[in-house]
Design a protein around this ligand. Structure first.
Ligand SMILES: [Zn+2]
Length: 144
């Protein structure tokens, strides 16, 4: 099982080298997500997730963002209006099986997150995050 704090550390290391692309507001975040869900490669890899109407809503706290796949919602902190946090939250939907086992940032989540990064943020970002995960001792599955 992965240690959540080690995944956050690997993220921080990656974000220092590859800053996230900011999104102006919740509406722009929703457009980014809807565009991603409509991509053919996404629906081929995660057909059930692609069929969902995932709604992004503004969080009431600055501290955290969250995904709740059971009601198709992503709650975003105002600090998290950027592309990489949306990829993180969407990866929870792609790895929903782990959530049902009370594993939030497990190997399946990390594998999905890496794949989404590669497709949406580029191979360099994905490579940096993969190396950071390895350096932090975090396991991840390979998503082809
Ligand atoms: Zn998370």
């Amino acid at each position: 099982m992965n240690n959540d704090s080690m995944v956050y550390l690997a993220e921080s290391i990656t974000y220092c080298v590859h800053p996230a692309a900011p999104l102006a507001d919740i509406d722009q975040a929703q457009v980014y997500l809807d565009d991603l869900l409509a991509k053919p490669w996404f629906s081929q890899r995660w057909p059930k997730v692609a069929k969902k109407r995932i709604q992004i809503r503004a969080g009431k706290t600055w501290k955290w963002s969250a995904s709740t796949p059971w009601d198709n919602k992503i709650t975003l902190s105002p600090f998290h209006l950027n592309n990489l946090v949306i990829l993180h939250e969407l990866a929870h939907f792609c790895a929903e099986r782990e959530i049902h086992k009370d594993i939030y940032h497990g190997p399946e989540f990390c594998g999905a997150y890496l794949y989404l990064m590669k497709r949406m943020a580029g191979a360099e970002v994905e490579r940096s995050f993969r190396h950071a995960l390895k350096a932090c001792g975090v396991e991840f599955t390979r998503v082809l």
